[in-house]
Design a protein around this ligand. Structure first.
Ligand SMILES: [Zn+2]
Length: 192
C-alpha cells in the first residue's frame, strides 16, 4: 500500500542477478538506491519523518503492519483533520483539547489529553520522550518493545473513539452520500 519498492529498482536487481551478481550484494545495492530515492523525494514526508531509515524498515523480520499503525503512518483514520476532508466532521479541531489540526502527529505525540498514555508508552519503549523521529526506530529494535507499544497504541484508539466505526467506512459512507448512493446499493453494484 505504501513504501513499496519501485518496480524499476526491482527490475534492475533482477537484471544484475541474471548477470551473476551475488544475491546479498544485489539486495544491498537495491536498498542503497531505495534509501537515496527516499531521502531525495519530496513526497510522503510525514512517513519519511517516521521511517527515515527505509533500509531497516524493509529488513524488519516481522512485516505485518497493524490497522492502527497504518493509521499513524498515513495520518488517515480517527483524526478530525482527515475526517473533515471527507465531510465527516465540521471542524478539524481535536475533540479532546481543541488544538488544530487533529492529525496523527497531534494525537500520538502532542495532545495533552493523552499525556498519561504517552508517559506509559515511553515506559514500554524505555525512552524519555516519544517523537515521530524515534518511534519506529524503537519499535524495530526489539520485539518486546513493539508488542508493548502496539498494545498501548490500540488502547489510545479505543479511548479516542470508543463508539466510532472504522474511519475508512465512515469516509466511504460520506462519499456515497455525496454521490446520492448508499453503502448497500454500492455493495449490490460491486457484486452484480
Ligand atoms: Zn488534542
Amino acid at each position: 500500500m505504501y513504501l513499496a519498492c519501485p518496480l524499476s529498482l526491482l527490475a534492475e536487481e533482477r537484471s544484475t542477478l541474471y548477470k551473476g551478481t551475488e544475491k546479498a550484494i544485489a539486495r544491498e545495492t537495491l536498498l542503497r538506491s531505495l534509501q537515496s530515492r527516499w531521502d531525495n523525494s519530496n513526497k510522503g514526508r510525514w512517513i519519511y519523518r517516521l521511517i527515515s531509515d527505509i533500509t531497516s524498515w524493509f529488513r524488519r523480520r516481522h512485516r505485518e503492519v497493524s490497522f492502527h499503525l497504518c493509521q499513524v503512518l498515513t495520518s488517515h483514520g480517527y483524526f478530525n483533520e482527515y475526517l473533515l476532508k471527507y465531510y465527516r466532521r465540521e471542524s478539524g479541531e481535536c475533540t479532546q483539547c481543541g488544538a488544530t489540526p487533529d492529525s496523527a502527529e497531534h494525537a500520538v505525540f502532542a495532545c495533552d489529553a493523552w499525556h498519561n498514555w504517552r508517559r506509559e508508552t515511553c515506559g514500554y519503549l524505555e525512552v524519555d520522550q516519544l517523537t515521530p523521529d524515534n518511534m519506529i526506530g524503537l519499535m524495530l529494535k526489539r520485539k518486546r518493545k513493539r508488542r508493548g507499544f502496539n498494545t498501548a497504541k490500540e488502547r489510545l484508539f479505543e479511548l479516542k473513539h470508543p463508539q466510532e466505526e472504522n474511519p475508512d467506512r465512515l469516509v466511504l459512507k460520506a462519499w456515497l452520500r455525496r454521490m446520492g448512493r448508499t453503502e448497500r446499493t454500492e455493495e449490490k453494484t460491486q457484486t452484480s
